[in-house]
Design a binder for this molecule. Structure first.
Ligand SMILES: [Zn+2]
Length: 145
């Protein structure tokens, strides 16, 4: 069981791979083999751009076991360019700066380290496409225009 779960994470480590319905072209994430739109079966892979917008978010102050070191952190519901909603941790941004509609892109980050075996588990997070507060004032105005 553990092996297959880690294998699946490996598969999605560098790209956000879901499926596309061969009938109605609905983009599907996470992969589930059945189109949520028309209920047809599909096994066609689709690689998402990894870009999207923050649809809603919530800041977590008390982290679950294994994530204590990273609290507080913000979990976003991200709407991908291609449509599906995906839940993931937001990174490279102050929790106070997160807002609905923020443009974000997927990055691969270390999620946790298994203390007993030293196994690193990676997963995807989303970060702002343009961290405006790190730019020079003129450039920041340009980025916001
Ligand atoms: Zn479909």
């Amino acid at each position: 069981m553990q092996v297959s779960r880690h294998w699946r994470l490996q598969q999605q480590r560098y790209a956000l791979v879901g499926q596309v319905c061969t009938d109605c072209e609905e983009k599907i994430f996470p992969p589930r083999g059945v189109c949520p739109n028309c209920a047809k079966e599909t096994d066609a892979q689709f690689e998402f751009s990894g870009r999207g917008k923050v649809y809603s978010f919530s800041t977590v102050y008390t982290a679950p076991a294994g994530f204590e070191g990273s609290a507080p952190y913000t979990i976003g519901l991200v709407q991908l360019e291609e449509g599906p909603l995906i839940t993931a941790q937001l990174t490279d941004i102050d929790n106070d700066h997160v807002e609905i509609g923020l443009d974000v892109e997927m990055v691969t980050r270390k999620l946790l380290q298994d203390g007993d075996r030293g196994v690193l588990v990676y997963g995807y997070k989303f970060r702002p496409v343009v961290p405006v507060w790190e730019l020079e004032p003129e450039d920041a105005l340009f980025a916001l225009a």
